[in-house]
Design a protein. Structure first.
Length: 481
């Protein structure tokens, strides 16, 4: 999965010894921020996330400015999402076939080129519905093809015992982008659409350059696994050298001298469709991962539909966009607070309990919208119900990453991403048709029922409910192998 270790990069033998320069794996109790590889990865991933946030903010508004037609703005957003969903499946396959660092660098560079083109077109005053649609599609293709590589890369730079805390930090980053992204986008857009393109270009260049630096650092977990396997020739197959797939040219030297039992499968022989089919079949054969993916899909639909319903109701009640924006801002602030306590929780509380508790809280919050009519009441309910969401996501996604084999992680992350994104276009339909057919209360109760379904799966599925705290994820996952 991962890139060449520092030993292999220098061409030194890897099957019988480990260079003194090879970094040691930090203690699970060591602070996550002491892991320079993770910090570098986070800078790269955050820069990419900022570029995406600016894009999602600017394109709809620019489309409305250019066309004065909300329907055309909706078309651009819908087409972009559909293209990214399709390309994400291909991106997962590529992330398992090729060097993930190279894909991250290429993703950043391609994003910078497209963003520079966007800035030039905006500067020249040539923004139209067609040009905005093309820009959206190109960036959606870029995101779908390259984003899975960055997500899958995380496992090779963070020990399994710290993946929950890494996911919690990522949740905090996402909450910060939710809070700050739109004001930054508004400031840049006030200067001009071209300025948004310039900022996106810079962000993508930072993502590409830090990904390149990360590649030069080598893989911390890969180095540790190599040392472990060298010392223990009888290591189990689950102790493969992380990322040394036969398809990755960067890892060829690292894997050539490894034990025969450490050879990872070469899925490229089955073709892209076969590889994706294999990943889905494997994921759904595991009750723990199958239920985790099911929970993620249903709760995404239920929560997004509830939020969209609340926004539609507020808009129909005559509230201004600024007032409605306070709802998402309040949620962002509470989620940031939740992200700050998530690392503490995932180390001390079973992930199954966090998942079930977070889902029950979301269900109660969404159901409470039936009696909340003021904008303050709606904002408080939705925000309070999300305080455990960062810990929920950290536990679910962290365990998912630990449980999935390294050589399949690109396809697995793309699979769960597609299921989550696939629910997003349905949410506005549930809200819109629900309000028209069964009214406000009925639609909210439908959303609450979806949330309750995901909570029930977590509560009554032992494979999910019994997921332990962060330090026990590896042992729990091995029970289902």
């Amino acid at each position: 999965m991962s890139e060449t270790t520092e030993t292999a990069q220098r061409g030194e033998p890897t099957g019988t010894q480990v260079s003194d320069a090879t970094p040691e794996l930090p203690s699970p109790k060591e602070r996550l921020w002491a892991n320079k590889r993770y910090v570098t990865w986070l800078v790269s991933d955050t820069s990419k996330g900022l570029a995406g946030t600016l894009l999602n903010f600017a394109i709809p508004l620019l489309t409305l400015m250019v066309t004065n037609d909300p329907a055309q703005a909706g078309i651009i957003g819908g087409v972009g999402l559909a293209v990214q969903i399709v390309c994400t499946l291909s991106g997962g396959v590529l992330a398992d076939r090729h060097s993930r660092i190279r894909l991250m660098v290429l993703g950043g560079l391609s994003g910078a080129i497209i963003s520079a083109g966007f800035a030039a077109i905006a500067w020249l005053g040539n923004l139209t519905f067609t040009t905005l649609l093309v820009i959206e599609v190109l960036l959606a293709i870029r995101g779908g093809i390259f984003n899975s590589a960055g997500e899958a890369k995380l496992k090779s730079i963070v020990p399994a015992e710290a993946l929950g805390r890494a996911q919690a930090a990522n949740q905090g980053r996402d909450a910060a982008l939710m809070i700050a992204g739109n004001p930054i986008g508004g400031f840049l857009l006030a200067i001009g659409g071209w300025m948004v393109g310039v900022a996106m270009c810079v962000a993508h260049l930072i993502a590409a350059s830090t990904a390149w630096v990360l590649g030069r650092m080598g893989d911390l977990v890969a180095s540790s696994k190599l040392q472990h396997n060298t010392e223990s020739p009888t290591a189990k197959s689950s102790e493969h050298i992380v990322g040394c797939t036969a398809q990755d040219p960067d890892d060829a030297s690292a894997s050539s001298n490894a034990h025969a039992s450490d050879s990872l499968p070469t899925p490229a022989k089955t073709g892209a469709f076969g590889e994706m089919k294999e990943a889905f079949a494997w994921l759904f054969s595991r009750p723990d991962l199958r239920n985790a993916m099911l929970i993620a899909t249903i709760i995404n639909l239920g929560q997004n539909a509830a939020i969209t319903t609340a926004i539609y109701v507020l808009q129909q009640s005559g509230h201004t966009p600024v007032q409605i924006g306070t709802v998402s801002s309040t949620m962002g602030i509470v989620m940031l607070i939740g992200a700050l306590i998530a690392p503490f929780l995932v180390q001390r509380v079973g992930a199954g309990i966090l998942v079930a508790g977070g889902l029950v809280l979301l269900t109660v919050g969404v159901g409470g919208l039936t009696v909340a009519h003021s904008i303050a009441g709606i904002a408080v309910l939705l925000a309070a119900s999300t305080v455990l969401t960062p810990a929920l996501n950290s536990g679910l996604l962290g365990y998912f990453m630990v449980a999935v084999p390294t050589e399949m992680l690109g396809r697995a992350t793309s699979a769960i991403g597609v299921l989550a994104m696939g629910a997003m276009p349905i949410a506005p339909l549930v809200a819109g048709f629900g309000l028209a057919w069964i009214g406000r209360t009925g639609t909210i109760l439908l959303c609450a029922a979806l949330c309750a379904t995901s909570a029930a799966i977590a509560l009554f599925s032992p494979s999910v409910r019994k997921i332990p705290k962060e330090s026990g994820w590896t042992e729990h996952a091995e029970r289902y192998e």
